[in-house]
Write a protein that binds this ligand. Structure first.
Ligand code: UGA
Length: 421
């Protein structure tokens, strides 16, 4: 928002984060974000506070971007952080304001937030609510935010003035021709969960094909490449392998199923249960292949794991397929050493029982098997000739299909990949 030319005050209840952000340090790794923070904390267009009162006093428009994770031990969304934020902001809203939800929520949440604000904000009905779902991908966050493929805005029936305000806020993007799609509130909430459900389904579709390819002795990477030339299918989101993880797709398909069930439409989304099951099976399949390559038992075997982040170019390890596999191998008695270019600190906090190496080469030292589980570009640039002298046994399983099989085999490695065994 500061880059788009606005005066911005960021609010977070965590004072340590606020302090870091005011010093232009993001509390997570996202390429280019620290530079952008430095730029706009310097221009004075961006600063951060932990005070709801200050935020309410400062803003005409309040974007709610609070996390909505999965409830611990359940499939539904945990909305407590979001409602906590609204509950604390509301008593400070003394003048007209537009509250714009960005968080991914079960359909109907915007209506609940509207009721809560009208009941508890001193400005009452003068506090308006709109919903503006977020479609950015981690690791492309800045690019996706400054060049979105669409802006979706959900409005109350009387939201004409809210639309005008949001068009002004996004004017720089609209001038560049970004589609601006106006819907009612419930539709805008559903656009987001439907988008993530579709993306998850596409990935699980190609991974289901991988299962069939394995059974038939076919090559799923060639299959995906051939399919991708049909413009109705396309290449994006068709990378077969270890499946999806992260803080969004897994919990969004689950939360979506729960909400549809509450609405009496659970059957409509029962296919998402299968999407989830296909995704989980990729992790089990990787563990099975590893055991097979280790001669039927993992006990005491040294296994190197390349990758801990849920995907490359992030330090996010939430529901990371790579770490889930590493942890299972550890539980089955293997000695697992993990390396990741960015996510080691976060991985160590979550799985202190695993071993960690400071570079990709050190990780493979003495290993009976190497697993390539997150496709960081540096892994496909490493020379397998150089690595083969360091391992106990030159065997690799490529969980992401981005290592060059010819190159690895020429260097004396046994190369296997998910979907082409
Ligand atoms: C996802 C959506 O792509 C965004 O549009 C959405 O805004 C975001 O969730 C959100 O709800 O906030 P993200 O979680 O950053 O974004 O990650 P993706 O790039 O979609 O990747 C998700 C997972 O799928 C990763 O584990 C990735 O390795 C895996 N993946 C992705 C595949 O296995 N195959 C593919 O072809 C693509």
């Amino acid at each position: 928002m500061a880059e788009l030319g606005h005066q911005v005050l960021g609010m977070d209840s965590d004072v340590d984060k606020v302090h870091a952000l005011n010093s232009a340090r993001a509390p997570f790794f996202e390429q280019g974000l620290d530079d952008l923070l430095a730029k706009h904390t310097a221009t004075g267009r961006l600063r951060f506070t932990a005070s709801y009162a200050e935020a309410a006093d400062f803003g005409d428009t309040h974007f709610l971007a609070v996390g909505t994770p999965q409830l611990h031990g359940e499939q539904a969304y945990d909305l407590s952080h979001l409602f906590n934020a609204v509950t604390q902001l509301a008593p400070c809203l003394n003048r007209p304001a537009l509250i714009v939800g960005k968080s991914t929520v079960p359909v109907g949440t915007a209506a609940r937030i509207t009721d809560l604000l009208h009941a508890t904000a001193p400005a009452g009905q003068a506090v308006r609510v709109a919903w503006n779902p977020e479609f950015l991908r981690e690791s492309f966050a800045i690019r996706d935010t400054l060049n979105p493929d669409r802006i979706v805005v959900g409005l109350h029936p009387s939201g004409g003035a809210d639309e005008t305000l949001l068009r002004t806020i996004y004017a720089a993007l609209l001038d560049r021709g970004t589609p601006f799609i106006v819907t009612d509130l419930v539709t805008s909430e559903l656009v987001k969960t439907a988008a993530n459900a579709f993306l998850a389904t596409k990935i699980s579709f190609i991974n289901a094909m991988a299962e069939v390819c394995e059974a038939a002795g076919a090559n799923v990477h060639q299959l995906a490449f051939a399919l991708s030339h049909d413009v109705r299918i396309g290449p994006a989101g068709m990378q077969p392998g270890l499946g999806f993880g992260g803080g969004c797709l897994p919990k969004d398909i689950r939360g979506f199923m729960v909400r549809a069930g509450e609405l009496g439409a659970g059957q409509a989304l029962s296919f998402l249960r299968e999407v989830d099951a296909i995704n989980t099976r990729r992790r089990s399949r990787m563990v099975d292949l590893a055991r097979e390559q280790c001669g039927g038992t993992l006990k005491g075997k040294r296994i190197a794991v390349w990758g801990a982040a849920f995907k490359p170019n992030t330090d996010d390890v939430r529901d990371s397929p790579a770490l889930a596999v590493a942890q299972t191998l550890h539980q089955m008695g293997a000695n697992v050493t993990v390396y990741d270019p960015m996510a080691l600190d976060n991985a160590r906090k979550l799985y202190p029982q695993l071993d960690y190496a400071n570079d990709a080469t050190a990780a493979v030292e003495g290993a009976a098997l190497l697993l390539h589980l997150t496709e960081w570009p540096e892994f496909s640039q490493l020379d397998p000739h150089h690595l083969s002298g360091r391992v106990a046994s030159p065997q690799v399983i490529d969980g992401r299909g981005t290592l060059d099989p010819v190159h690895w085999r020429e260097a004396g490695w046994t190369y296997r990949s998910l979907g082409h065994s």
